[in-house]
Design a protein around this ligand. Sequence first.
Ligand SMILES: Cc1cc2nc3c(=O)[nH]c(=O)nc-3n(C[C@H](O)[C@H](O)[C@H](O)COP(=O)(O)O)c2cc1C
Length: 486
Amino acid sequence: MASLTIRKLDEHVKTYLRLRSAKNHRSVEEEVRVILRELIEGREEPLTPFAVPPGASPAAASTRTSAVPEASVTLIIGGGIAAFKSLDLIRRLKERRIEVRCVLTKAAEQFVTPLSVSALSHERVYTDLFDPQSEFDAGHIRLARDCDLIVVAPATADLMAKMANGHADDLASAILLATNRKILIAPAMNPLMWNNPATRRNVAQLQRDGVLLIGPNSGEMAEAGEAGIGRMSEALEIATATERLLRPPVPRPLAGKRVLITAGPTHEPIDPVRYIANRSSGKQGFAIAAAAQAAGAEVILVSGPVDLGNPQGVTVKRVESARQMLEQVQAALPADIAIFAAAVADWRVANEGEQKLKKTSAGMPPLQLVENPDILATISRLADKRPPLVIGFAAETEHLIDNAKTKLARKGCDWIVANDVSPSTGVMGGDRNTVHLISKNAENNGEIKVDSWPVMTKEQVAIELVAHIAKSVTDKSVDKSLEPAS
Ligand SMILES: Cc1cc2nc3c(=O)[nH]c(=O)nc-3n(C[C@H](O)[C@H](O)[C@H](O)COP(=O)(O)O)c2cc1C
């Protein structure tokens, strides 16, 4: 297949590519690849990348498009006998869908060839600081920053000394000095070199500078009859550490917990075609379900009629009326945490028409209302199956905090999330919410604590609430003695 020499492109095309690649923090070659991929996939970026704001932060400039792999590493291979293990490391990183661009020191070229490194990484290999081909647009700066992490393996005693003292007289050390990314080094050297006071000082300095170390391990050396600390960590160990740094495990503080949530309005039938409803959209309850699921909980969401899709990984039970909602809630017990975010109708029509009510000369049909079951109070006062943490929602249009405090006591729940749903707030059906978390303070004789949160999106409220729940579950701060007598 024909190759493309960027140097031979028209001047204005080169300028365009340079600016666009600098903006996206990619190499020019990589940028060309991304442009081609996007054209083929029909996701062309607008051809106006020149509007890079002056002084734009590197973080903002490093925004990646979906065409770029999730993670990338600049791997610096130092000139030690363990360099052969780095060939395996390249494979292990690529197995983990981590893009690898390799830099070889001059000494490293004595141990592994650029050809084999390039064949394994499927990328060009960089060896020279003064390479006109990559330096026409400051290639060493891109190698230093167009990655998520820099890995040095093997990190020779010499390379560590250079790093500790801020040298930049070759490509590897210049990259290490110019980077704003985390650096993980895998030292490899003879035990005497490792234990030498100069190396000890350099290691200590590097650790103070925030450089991360893996290994060295102890064992036999390449030199006949020598053993001790100095063997480079195995490729698999380095790849695992790299992946952990690039993709830290997501905390799942609610793993093993069963969370029951209600959401949305209820529809209380008047006759087969008419019903009493309210303006609840269900967005807050659905957002809490998604956040609890993301925190590792098993989530059962009982929802009234809403226009929302099922959150991923959540068991959803769709209901119409308050009585159906209570039935599904009871069927879903036991649960560790119950969050009642639904706007359940307080009343229903006592004499629901079996047929559609007709206009008659006798005037309007008398609509007698009766009270609906109180789901929050019912579950809060259960004798045996009461979830250890019961949270209610209070949607109020006046005296928000006072009404919510009264509700907390009256219903017998542990926490109330109070929100002002006056029409002017736009909360009902809207995307934002301003809430106050009202809880019984277990440490202080059941004193009521009010925590007012700033205005947030409903997703942020959900995440914050789940974080509070996770903390309380961990702290076991829900004081059993405060639960209502049943
Ligand atoms: C056969 C051989 C093996 C070597 N192995 C190591 C080693 O494992 N670790 C190390 O720090 N230096 C080792 N060295 C010394 C380095 O190659 C030397 O310090 C070189 O300048 C390092 O360059 P670099 O840090 O730019 O890669 C070795 C040298 C030779 C000749």
